[in-house]
Design a protein around this ligand. Structure first.
Ligand code: NAD
Length: 489
């Protein structure tokens, strides 16, 4: 395997030197540039314009005008739904672009990005269809017989702020639901991965959505901070780290702006005493380190019964060491590099901490042989991890898995819940009903019995410091409405 594989030199984006504001490709107000860097070659792939506060003002003004006086919120739900279905069709026509853009920017294997790039059009299809028959007006009567209509109205201008790991999927959860509800949007993609939002803007433009309904201004956290404090923004929908989420929650509280947060995780896979290891590995292996461990719901803590600790660790380590690490554009690759240099530094820091604090390295810990270029790190497994260790407590966001043993089921549940996070989890057992009972005791937004499923048509989100609100499903539409009660006296 070549140490410096080839990635495409270009991203399939038409106007990276501009922003998409008010239905047009607008020149930036300043000279700031964002470099998209290949995690494989460490070279700049493409430069994008970087938004400044003046660009935020323009984008918010456009979204504000589109909401306050434009046709979008006043169209029928059927018309909006039909427009979203058109966006879905246009996204489908660009599936290969969506997959290659994701892989080029993030280093996620092309086999995975090809599979998952179906989700953005699926989300537009789902919410575009749902809104057409969604109950927006509920007629009731007071005890005195007066007619009351409880109506759902769009919440307003939404700032959609997204991270770099699954840039388009995470943006489309927000945009498809918010647009369906009748909101208008200012999207601020992560500075490292702006390209996907441009492809979405191209599709929205081609679908003929009114100007100002969707705007894109990539930037870093300082400009992002200006956006979330902007008085013209009614709602902030944020996906990213818990640290940034807390900061944004505090800023939003000053004007009681509406918020939804999808934040970090430290999900546990509980392997029960009766689990059949051959049925555990097919989902635990890929979902403990998807996208080189850079997925919020990764099963990064594996809780094993004391009696089966060695057997289960050996089986898992055997399977993980067979994973093909390399060029993410190679369809056979199962793990690419980390997405960026700071990620490599961060993950190496956690591996060193794990060793220092006494966890036993069962696999990996270094750079894979032959990869002295690119932000590659070996899939890494620690065993004998204690709950008090940093690697058991903090979100690493890399391919580092901790095996933790438990005495009995109460101890397993206690350890699974002994975290500030509560995003996802898994329970493995031969008895699905018993697995369900254990799942009910796990304090997280979702749990899979015998595998890992995240379906965009079902609610997804966090307990505790993993977030507030839900994305996906009917529950993912509701946060984009305000309720209004109209009485007929
Ligand atoms: P991050 O919090 O550093 O950044 C996320 C986004 O927020 C970026 O666009 C960034 O520019 C912006 N941002 C950061 N601070 C801001 C501020 N003060 N004001 C406005 N914008 C600001 O996170 P990251 O490193 O890009 O992403 C990794 C994190 O995202 C992990 O913690 C991961 O678990 C989490 N994540 C959660 C989910 C979920 O659905 N729960 C999904 C994917 C990723």
């Amino acid at each position: 395997m070549s140490a410096v594989p080839q990635t495409p030199a270009e991203l399939p984006v038409k106007s990276p030197e501009c922003f998409f504001i008010n239905g047009k490709w607008e020149k930036p107000s300043s000279n700031g540039k964002l470099d998209v860097i290949s995690p494989v070659t460490e070279q700049v792939v493409m430069q994008f314009a970087e938004a400044s506060p003046a660009d935020v003002d323009k984008a918010v003004a456009a979204a504000r005008a589109a909401f306050d006086t434009g046709p979008w919120p006043r169209m029928s739900a059927q018309e909006r739904g039909q427009a979203l279905l058109k966006v879905a069709e246009l996204l489908k026509a660009r599936l290969p672009d969506l997959a290659s853009t994701w892989t080029t920017q993030v280093g996620a294997p092309i086999s995975l990005t090809t599979y998952l790039s179906g989700q953005p059009p699926e989300l537009f299809e789902y919410y575009g269809t749902l809104i057409q028959s969604y109950p927006l007006i509920d007629e009731r009567r007071t005890d005195h017989g007066e007619l009351v209509r409880v109506v759902k109205e769009p919440v307003g201008v939404c700032a959609a702020i997204t991270p770099w790991n699954a840039p388009l999927v995470l943006l489309c959860y927000k945009v498809s639901a918010a647009l369906a509800a009748g909101c208008t949007i200012v999207a601020k993609p992560a500075p490292e991965t702006p390209a996907d939002a441009y492809i979405l803007a191209e599709c929205i433009e081609a679908a003929g959505l009114p100007p100002g309904v969707f705007n894109v201004i990539p930037a870093g956290r300082e400009t992002g901070d200006y956006l979330i404090r902007h008085p013209g923004v009614d709602k902030i929908s944020f996906t990213g780290s818990t640290a940034a989420g807390k900061h944004i929650a505090a800023a939003a509280a000053e004007r009681l702006a509406r918020t939804s947060f999808e934040l970090g995780g430290k999900s546990a896979a509980i392997i029960l005493e009766d689990a059949d290891v051959s049925k555990v590995l097919p989902s635990l292996v890929p979902f403990s380190m998807p996208i080189t461990g850079q997925v919020c719901f990764s099963l990064t803590r594996v809780l094993v019964p004391q009696s089966r600790k060695q057997e289960l660790t050996d089986a898992y380590v055997g399977a993980i060491s067979g994973m093909k690490v390399g060029d993410p554009m190679d369809p056979a690759t199962q793990m690419g590099p980390l997405a960026m240099q700071r990620q490599l530094t961060r993950v190496q820091g956690y591996i060193a901490k794990g060793k220092d604090e006494g966890a036993k390295l069962a696999l990996g810990g270094g750079r894979p042989k032959g990869f002295d270029r690119g932000w590659f790190v070996e899939p890494t497994v620690f065993m004998d991890v204690q709950q008090s260790m940093t690697i058991a407590r903090e979100e690493i966001f890399g391919p580092v898995v901790s095996f933790i043993s438990y005495k009995d089921e109460d101890d397993a549940v206690q350890k699974a819940n002994d975290t500030i996070y509560g995003l996802h989890g898994a329970v493995y057992t031969q008895d699905p009903e018993h697995g369900y009972q254990i799942a009910r005791r796990v304090r997280s937004g979702s749990v899979t019995v015998n595998g890992l499923i995240v379906d965009p048509k079902m609610p997804f989100g966090g307990f505790k410091q993993s977030g507030t609100g839900r994305e996906g499903g009917i529950e993912g539409l509701e946060p984009y409405f305000e309720l209004k009660t109209i009485y007929f006296a």
